[in-house]
Ligand binder design. Structure first.
Ligand code: GLU
Length: 450
């Protein structure tokens, strides 16, 4: 956190703009929550590099309540896998309030893990042993997401345990209608404790950033859950995280999010940031009024809507031409004619599916004739994921099948180990450190096909 920078300024501005909002009520069905200071309003943002920015009461502790649900869902998914967890809890938005007493008619499954019924099932699925009871496992997991040791607010826990009959009713209903062998008393007790874990807005921003960062905590660098599990959790947050307001939230704010009745709210920009707000005054759907307003405004101002600009990469292909137009082209007409048959495609940046498709398209189009060669220049490529590599290898194999010679300028070995490249492309693909060398060899081979 720096004293002043553009991101902190944006958060401070939002704080100043919405701190005066007076609408909403503190949750009172858990009596201890009515003790929260209605003026508290904190905001925090954590980037994928672990830079942390905050404004207002971002260090005031409060209990997680339902914001714990996605993280415990992540733990259940990590322990049992999506198929097994999916047997017991669905992934459909319920369109109902957080504490609705409803289960899927045929299976008895709760609609999703973000409503209370689903969260109680998720909590019950977390395996416990005498050495490591389920709640300890949950607390360890939540702490790893936050990057520090969290604890339980015992007063809030006792307060919810004393008044939580509706959740107990849900747990008994789950046992009576479904086939899951839950102990309703134990499941609800663990669930109440998990809801009473104490955090700050900064903690929640780190936790959300960990989900956004493929399960790796950007502050501690610890891998808390796998990238697959992080993606599954974000997907369910996107469709179900805001209860019966989830559709409208995704429409207007456009970020996977989760709210809780103590006033915490998280949102995650996949591969971009984690955000959190804290303000205890809630709207009728159980979401923080100021948090909702602030995240909505921030999304608008910084263009964060997931669907608006799906991470359009900058230009991938920096050059798609033939070697005769390069400054290094030879002067003689005869040699130039050979260079005319050598296509050049240069790429830059990180290659994923979208970027690899552009490179392949340029390679297909390069060269005025199908018998020529192609030089693929990867010097400015910073990395390639496994999907991009598979596509590039397949594209190079296709070129060879079409009778076109390929050469790769690849001093950084972006194309992968030679054995793998040989196996995938069916050839010993020549790799060079300079473009001139690659062009020269291709031109020579064209001159002397034997
Ligand atoms: N502990 C709360 C309950 O079960 C969590 C609800 C929420 O935060 O939305 O009622």
């Amino acid at each position: 956190m720096t004293a002043s920078d553009a991101v902190t300024d944006a958060l401070r501005e939002l704080h100043a703009r919405f701190a005066g909002m007076r609408g909403g009520e503190r949750a009172d069905y858990i009596p201890e929550l009515t003790r929260a200071d209605p003026d508290d309003f904190g905001l925090a943002l954590v980037s994928m590099d672990g830079h942390c920015y905050s404004a207002g009461e971002a260090d005031v502790p409060f209990t997680m309540q339902s914001v714990s649900k996605p993280f415990v869902y992540a733990l259940a998914l990590s322990s049992l896998g999506l198929d097994e967890v999916g047997r017991w809890v669905g992934a459909e938005p319920s369109g109902e309030a957080f504490n609705a007493i409803s289960l899927e008619p045929r299976t008895g499954r709760p609609a999703n893990a973000m409503v209370n019924a689903g969260a109680i099932v998720t909590t019950a699925l977390v395996p416990g042993t005498p050495d490591l009871p389920a709640f300890d496992r949950i607390l360890i997991c939540l702490s790893r997401f936050a990057g520090r040791r969290l604890d339980v607010d015992e007063e809030v826990y006792v307060s919810e345990a004393a008044t939580g009959d509706r959740n107990r009713a849900l747990a008994y209903l789950i046992r009576s209608t479904g086939t899951l062998d839950v102990d309703p008393v134990a499941a609800v007790d663990t669930y109440f404790r998990q809801c009473s874990v104490r955090v700050t807005a900064v903690d929640l921003a780190v936790m959300a950033a960990t989900l956004a960062h493929g399960g790796v905590n950007p502050i501690t660098s610890e891998s808390v859950v796998s990238p697959a599990v992080a993606a599954q959790v974000l997907a369910v947050m996107a469709t179900c995280g805001m209860y019966n307001a989830s559709g409208d939230w995704l429409l207007r704010v456009g970020l996977p999010a989760k709210s809780g009745v103590s006033g915490g709210l998280i949102a995650a920009g996949p591969a971009r940031f984690g955000l959190a707000t804290y303000s205890p005054l809630l709207d009728p759907a159980g979401t923080s009024v100021r948090g909702h307003a602030a995240l909505g405004a921030l999304s608008e101002r910084l263009g964060l809507h997931l669907m608006r600009n799906p991470a359009l990469p900058g230009s991938t292909v920096t050059l798609a031409t033939t070697a005769d137009v390069l400054p290094s082209a030879p002067a003689s007409r005869q040699e130039r004619a050979l260079h005319e048959r050598v296509g050049i495609v240069a790429a830059q940046g990180a290659l994923d599916f979208t970027a690899a498709e552009r490179v392949l398209y340029a390679m297909d189009e390069s060269g005025p004739e199908q018998t020529g060669s192609v030089v693929l220049d990867l010097r400015e490529v910073t990395g390639a994921d496994s999907v991009a590599l598979t596509l590039l290898h397949a594209g190079l194999a296709r070129l060879a099948e079409d009778g076109r010679r390929a050469a790769v300028v690849d001093p950084g070995n972006r194309l992968g180990p030679p054995d793998l490249v040989r196996e995938r492309t069916g050839q010993d693909l020549p790799r060079y450190s300079t473009r001139e060398e690659a062009v020269e060899r291709c031109a020579q081979a064209l001159a002397d096909p034997g």
